[in-house]
Design a protein around this ligand. Structure first.
Ligand SMILES: C[S@@+](CC[C@H](N)C(=O)[O-])C[C@H]1O[C@@H](n2cnc3c(N)ncnc32)[C@H](O)[C@@H]1O
Length: 541
């Protein structure tokens, strides 16, 4: 049993899940449950190698338009420059200081392996394993902190490999191949106390099964994967009580609900706003286990699973469509199973869900859908009468559409859709105003409104003003919302918090009325904004 002041590791309350993380004290929502200065390892996605510092994980906008936009808004990615290591030309850093820290700790073990020009970019699990082997060899192959990776499931000190292979033969062969490649690239290191090739294979297996996702809150970008023995001791629950925050490079677990001393601490490995069958399949596909959390034990009887009307009431138009889609998604139907009164109804629901989730990206049929494709899918969900706005994948589709409007330079559409998301969708999914997804969306809304306050959008600004909505006050509303709530999640000393705090300070330095007066004005304008949100017709935006 290992112990730090706030949490301890012992047998999980989920039968068959091995160890878990437990609270050693009471926590309130927003409390820090666990913090690590940097995960044991953190590895960038192949797509992020050229634009993100591999040590501090700050991303630089490399596209000139994105860079100019970011700089004009004072965002760090408009100013950060990353340069590739002159040795391998693959891994980038934003400063000499980051580069030298990375070199000492890990890059010296991979630089040569990555350097050959004709070598393709290596996958994240292979790169991290090369470095882990190097770090371990430097430590004379001792089973120290790095080797704790091997105590995790499914490897579990070697006990679990056979069982894993039994369930996933082909997958284990693939992981072993990656492990072998990493061992070769690492120069077949000799270790006094360990068979380094076997260790390499075990590292890959446990990295693939236990990694957590790293993302940047400022631009809502997926950065890569990480592993840390304390954080990864937390099991998954579809009704979690903490959330993982990556403050580049600090990693935190924050309570999202009250947690009592002795209670098990559960994080989420995947999006838990999805229905039961989607969650189960995603965990199986990406983490290779079947979720046994208390919520999943109760099956598909939660609001995230329910539809607005019973499937028997589906109109003939949507029955015909569902029957057509059942053919298109035949191979995927079982992933979208929802209980219904009869088999035909069940199949139709599964087919409509398969179509909707394929566009939202859960099934990768449609890559980078256009606004028109997203709207057509939203129309199917809403007009069929089955979905409400808070039932997935409708929220996810709305978020995708919102990002596309921003990327396509259409701030007015983004504003109206963003209002709907802010008032009608996200609070239903995440009740806490400080929840990361809400802060990220609200921050995006503040930047959208800031753009709308500019001279190029004067007509829109004037029209809204005539309707009683002063966009400058709305801007303060979103900015204050993020600034008030960021300390409970990211903290104002995080990369995200610093940008929010600097923006807040700069803006407040330029106004000559008292903050309380601005807050009164926000209170007065907010109901009108909510009316706008409730009248937005997303389908005809
Ligand atoms: C990051 S580790 C968590 C620590 C792990 N329990 C251990 O003892 O090594 C993830 C593994 O824990 C188990 N696990 C986590 N959450 C689970 C859940 N909700 N249901 C069943 N098993 C779970 C699975 O074996 C999974 O591969």
């Amino acid at each position: 049993m290992s112990k730090t002041c706030n949490v301890e590791v012992k047998d999980s309350t989920i039968s068959g899940a091995g160890r878990g993380l437990f609270a050693c004290g009471d926590f309130q929502p927003g409390d820090l449950v666990l913090a690590v200065d940097r995960p044991l390892f953190a590895e960038l996605d192949i797509h992020r190698l050229q634009d993100t510092c591999a040590w501090c994980f700050q991303r630089a906008a490399t596209d000139p338009i994105e860079r100019a936009q970011a700089a004009s808004m004072g965002l760090p990615n408009g100013f950060i420059e990353v340069k590739a290591c002159t040795g391998c030309r693959r891994i980038s850093y934003c400063s000499k200081s980051c580069q030298s820290k990375a070199w000492k700790r890990e890059h010296k073990y991979e630089c040569k392996a990555l350097a050959p020009k004709d070598r393709p970019d290596l996958p994240d699990a292979v790169r991290s394993t090369i470095k882990l082997l190097g770090r371990m060899k430097a430590d004379d192959g001792k089973y120290d902190k790095l080797a704790t990776i091997l105590s995790f499931r499914p490897f579990e000190g070697g006990k679990g490999v056979e069982e894993f292979g039994h369930r996933n033969r082909k997958l284990l062969e693939d992981f072993n191949m990656f492990g072998f490649a990493a061992w070769k690239y690492a120069g077949e290191p000799k270790m006094r106390e360990a068979d380094s090739q076997a260790v390499s294979k075990a590292f890959v297996l446990n990295i693939m099964c236990n990694k957590f996702a790293l993302s940047s809150p400022l631009d809502d970008t997926h950065l890569g994967i990480g592993f840390d023995p304390m954080i990864c001791s937390a099991n998954h629950s579809c009704d979690p009580n903490v959330v993982l925050v990556f403050n580049q490079p600090v990693a935190l677990l924050r309570a999202t609900r009250p947690i009592k001393k002795g209670e098990e601490v559960f994080m989420k490995y995947i999006d838990v706003t999805n229905p039961f069958s989607v969650r189960q399949n995603e965990l199986q596909d990406t983490y290779y286990f079947s979720c046994q959390c208390p919520k999943c034990k109760k099956g598909s009887s939660f609001p995230v699973d329910t539809f607005t009307i019973p499937p028997e009431e589906l109109s003939s138009e949507y029955r015909t469509l569902a029957d057509k889609l059942a053919q298109k998604h035949e191979a995927q139907l079982s992933r979208f199973f929802v209980p219904a009164s009869d088999e035909t109804a069940q199949q139709r629901l599964a087919a409509l869900q398969a179509e909707a989730f394929s566009v939202s990206g859960t099934v990768t049929d449609v890559k980078n859908p256009t606004p028109e494709e997203i709207k057509a899918t939203l129309k199917m969900c809403i007009k069929s009468g089955l979905w409400k706005w808070t039932r997935q994948p409708v929220p996810q589709l709305c978020r995708q559409l919102f990002s596309l409007y921003i990327a396509n330079g259409d701030p007015y559409r983004a504003f109206r859709l963003g209002c709907k998301i802010y008032f009608e969708i996200t609070p239903g999914l995440y009740p806490q105003a400080f929840y990361p997804d809400r802060l990220i969306d609200t921050w995006a809304m503040s930047t959208v409104v800031n753009v709308l306050c500019g001279p190029r959008n004067k007509q829109i600004y004037d029209e809204l003003m005539q309707g009683g909505v002063d966009l400058r006050i709305v801007y303060f509303g979103f900015l204050f919302d993020v600034h008030d709530n960021a300390p409970k999640m990211f903290g104002l000393d995080s990369p995200f918090g610093r940008v929010v705090d600097n923006t807040y300070k700069q803006i407040m330095a330029g106004v000559n009325i008292h903050e309380s007066e601005i807050r009164d004005k926000i209170k007065a304008v907010w109901p009108s904004l909510e009316i706008i949100a409730r009248s937005v017709d997303v389908l005809s935006l």
